[in-house]
Design a protein around this ligand. Sequence first.
Ligand code: FAD
Length: 292
Amino acid sequence: MKIPEIFEEKKKAGKPVFSLEVFPPKRKKNMNSIYTAVEKLAVTEPDFISVTYGAGGNIADNSTCEIAANIKKRYGIETVAHLTCINSTREDVKVMIERFRDSDIENVMALRGDIVPGEDIKREFSHANELAIEIQRKCSDDLEILGACYPEGHYESPSREADIQNLKYKIGAGVRVLITQLFFDNRCFYGFTDNLRDAGITVPVSAGIMPIVKASQIEKTVQLSGASLPHRFTEMIARYEHDSEGLYKAGIEYAVRQCRELIENGAEGIHIYTMNDPQVAINVWEGIRDLL
Ligand code: FAD
């Protein structure tokens, strides 16, 4: 099923779309671990699961396509396959989207990918909107396109206004659903979605939520994300930084509270960054399932 149709159906029912994100295991030999995780995640009855794509854009690695196709085939859960373009040639993109289509994947998230300083890039694509145009051109009837957005602005953008103007190119190129970068302060999401509507962007926007449950995530995710940290969040970190059980519980509670407030304030979708830890996503889902 196409993701925009899921949003339409849920909107009619007055419910948010609930989705999850997983990533391919680093080592091929651990491939089964992702299916074990998805099998557990299935209890949450997600509207879809999205599968990230390696930043390197290596088409020899077919993991994203394989996992997305299997999630649909084995578990009957709708999927979105991510695809980056900064390190891909037009030919690479053609091959990947043909593989998606041949694997019955109906939804793709068109991304640029991060530019790693010092790393050689292919330069055939500069931005996600160009990838979206390419997907549209090759298989507009078969593939629905999603895109990424940044409630606090993308780190390369000179301003949030410029970022929103650039998002318009994505929408113009056929992106029909947006999923946000993680954030910890819901006010950022509300301000951002208001600005989108003011700019005439009306596609559904799903809120990307990452539960922070381990001290190792504080440096890796929290500090690198550049997301602003509300007082309640920094207080939680300070209190439980050296108490792993306490942090786990408080991190879940924080994410549940964030999701509940977002849903109560009309968010059209909640997208959980699972970090391939099914229990964390299940715990959050248990705290919001009455609203789904
Ligand atoms: P773009 O939309 O191209 O934006 C990048 C920058 O360029 C922004 O500053 C934007 O304002 C500007 N810009 C955009 N279009 C134009 C234009 N036409 N002209 C001038 N400037 C423009 N990375 C991965 O490697 N694999 C993944 O699977 C993955 N999944 C993600 C999922 C989500 C929900 C999110 C939020 C991010 C994901 N990322 C992933 C990270 C993403 O690749 C990076 O954030 C990357 O730096 C930007 O990607 P983008 O598609 O938003 O790029």
